[in-house]
Design a binder for this molecule. Structure first.
Ligand SMILES: C[S@@+](CC[C@H](N)C(=O)[O-])C[C@H]1O[C@@H](n2cnc3c(N)ncnc32)[C@H](O)[C@@H]1O
Length: 259
């Protein structure tokens, strides 16, 4: 079987480990608590970075993504990892979920839904969350990873773009995505409170919020000191749990249960 875990000895592997370690730690723990084979939907799962790793644990994963290129890469990754029978790609976006359920392509009693890096780009985040709730069984698990607006504020301030930082600080997630001044346009971003409120509005009971990449994007790269990558990874794992630090992490990872 090919090795799909980030290889921390290579520069790209080290960056990938820093991006995924905290989310993967949390997910693995949750998946271990599910008896038997979990049925998982990875909405916007792309090329399967998470989906294939989940399938390697023995679970059954359906990736729903609008990109045919991403789904082709997913198939190749699944074949390399020898999990073809446990990962399937379905072309569609968040708004297609109800139709996929009606057509019997996706079951309406999933154990887990992953939604990583997707609420930033969908047309209607609330609609997407409602559609995800509709495919989860009661008490099913939702894993959401979103960009943190406060991290973008810090990044712009450190780069000397003080007006942009102040504008972004005062923006709502929608303003930041669609109406912001020059320099604030881009994917939708959420503060911790906004992301938590959005999940609660759509019937999810929040379990945990972790910060992902609290320091990684702020330290100069590449890290050349021996052991520095490993030490930064250890620091990220510890910092992820500290609410004050998580509040300014590059991304927020939220785990919630369908109420
Ligand atoms: C930033 S990537 C995240 C990929 C993957 N979830 C991950 O964490 O590595 C965003 C993904 O969302 C997909 N996407 C874009 N618009 C979408 C939509 N409306 N519904 C579902 N997925 C969408 C893209 O094709 C892409 O694969």
């Amino acid at each position: 079987m090919a090795e799909h875990r980030p290889n921390p000895r290579s520069a790209s592997g080290a960056r990938s480990a820093l991006r995924t370690a905290v989310v993967w730690d949390v997910l693995q723990t949750e998946l271990a608590g599910i008896a038997g084979t979990a049925r998982v939907v990875d909405l916007g799962g792309g090329t399967g970075g998470f989906a294939v790793r989940v399938a390697e644990l023995g679970h059954q994963v359906t990736v729903v993504d609008p990109s045919s290129d991403a789904l082709a890469a997913l198939d190749r990754r699944a074949a390399d990892a020898d999990v073809v029978g446990r990962v399937r790609g379905v072309q569609g976006d968040a708004s297609d979920l109800p139709r996929l359920v009606a057509d019997g392509v996706v079951d309406a009693s999933m154990d887990v839904v992953l939604c990583h890096g997707v609420l930033e780009v969908v047309d209607d985040p609330g609609g997407a969350l409602a559609a995800m709730a509709a495919v989860l069984r009661p008490d099913g698990l939702l894993s959401v990873l979103v960009a943190n607006r406060l991290a973008a504020v810090v990044a712009r301030a450190l780069a000397g773009h003080f007006d942009q930082a102040r504008t972004l600080l005062g923006a709502s997630p929608v303003d930041a995505a669609e109406e912001g001044d020059a320099g604030t346009r881009g994917p939708r971003r959420y503060t911790r409170d906004e992301a938590v409120a959005l999940l609660r509005e759509h019937g999810f009971d929040l379990r945990t919020v972790h910060g992902v990449r609290v320091f990684t994007d702020l330290v100069p790269s590449p890290l050349t000191e021996p052991g520095a990558q490993a030490a930064l990874l250890a620091l990220e794992r510890t910092a992820a749990d500290v609410p004050e630090l998580a509040a300014v992490a590059a991304q927020l990872h939220l785990l919630a249960r369908r109420g």
